[in-house]
Design a protein around this ligand. Structure first.
Ligand SMILES: NC(=O)c1ccc[n+]([C@@H]2O[C@H](COP(=O)([O-])OP(=O)(O)OC[C@H]3O[C@@H](n4cnc5c(N)ncnc54)[C@H](OP(=O)(O)O)[C@@H]3O)[C@@H](O)[C@H]2O)c1
Length: 248
């Protein structure tokens, strides 16, 4: 049976790498496009033809999210794997309270990183409900772990990822009984575009990070049925790229 994935923030960085890996594995991919002028998704479409569908998407915009779900529903009956990857930081990220905080940027991060994922899940529910896989993935961050917080700044980003984790916990309570399975994931420190341009510092390229990420997102696909508690499907955890569990 055809397997369909939807990836948010797929223009570049981890989202693009996840989309490409899914295509390599034979999936049909719906890629959320936020940056129509960025060429990478177009290049991927040239290689994969009609298995890649580029769908305009701004996760902060209700109408855009609804239109994306409608566009997908026009050509696909179900979405099996929903990857909430879109995320932002801010140039003023590192300010501590001894400098002027940038509250507008904090609100923007909250909107993209936390509320955005909720908007997408809600709009796509009719499509994910029709899947037999029903897997919801959320790219979070170690920065969202309250228990292991060591920073003295980064307010908006850390708060937004902690809020994302709480949102996923609440979704888990609602949707796990309906057969959904969840992945909350810290991908590691990547040389992506979060700073606005390609980072020169980081532990890995997004293409490398996508390998363990997708392995975890797809794990147990063959044998994990709706009622299985194998591998802790009934316990929500945040894991990193090495499989280590992070405290909330
Ligand atoms: N990079 C790291 O080391 C790291 C570590 C831990 C977690 N993460 C998480 O990993 C995920 C992927 O990040 P990345 O490092 O691959 O960053 P990235 O290269 O910046 O990719 C994220 C993509 O999401 C897009 N985006 C921004 N706002 C959006 C919106 N409103 N709607 C839809 N898409 C939007 C970005 O566009 P713009 O470029 O225009 O903003 C960008 O294309 C994020 O959730 C991030 O928080 C990253």
């Amino acid at each position: 049976m055809e397997r369909n994935a939807f990836v948010t923030g797929a223009d570049r960085g981890l989202g693009l790498a996840l989309a490409e890996r899914l295509l390599e594995k034979g999936w049909r991919v719906f890629a959320g496009q936020y940056m129509p002028d960025w060429p990478a998704l177009g290049e991927l479409a040239a290689r994969y033809g009609d298995r890649l569908h580029i769908v305009p998407l701004d996760v902060t915009d209700d109408a855009s999210v609804r239109a994306a779900a409608e566009a997908v529903a026009a050509v696909a009956e179900h979405i099996d794997l929903l990857i909430n990857n879109a995320g932002v930081t801010s140039p003023t990220l590192r300010r501590t309270l001894t400098e002027e905080p940038d509250y507008d940027e904090m609100v923007r991060m909250y909107d993209v990183n936390a509320v955005g994922a909720l908007r997408v899940v809600q709009a796509f529910l009719p499509l994910t409900d029709r899947s037999t896989m029903k897997r919801l993935c959320f790219v979070s961050s170690e920065a969202g772990s309250i228990n292991r917080c060591e920073r003295q700044g980064w307010y908006g980003y850390c708060m937004s990822k902690a809020a994302l984790n709480m949102g996923v916990s609440t979704l888990f309570n609602l949707l796990r009984p309906e057969g959904y399975t969840f992945r909350v994931y810290h991908p590691g420190w990547m040389r992506s575009y979060m700073g606005g341009e390609k980072a020169t510092e980081g532990d890995m390229e997004p293409e490398e990070a996508a390998v363990p990420a997708l392995a975890y997102f797809l794990r147990d696909l063959a044998e994990d049925d709706h009622t299985s508690t194998r591998h802790g499907a009934d316990r929500l955890v945040m894991r990193d790229w090495r499989g280590r569990e992070w405290p909330w």
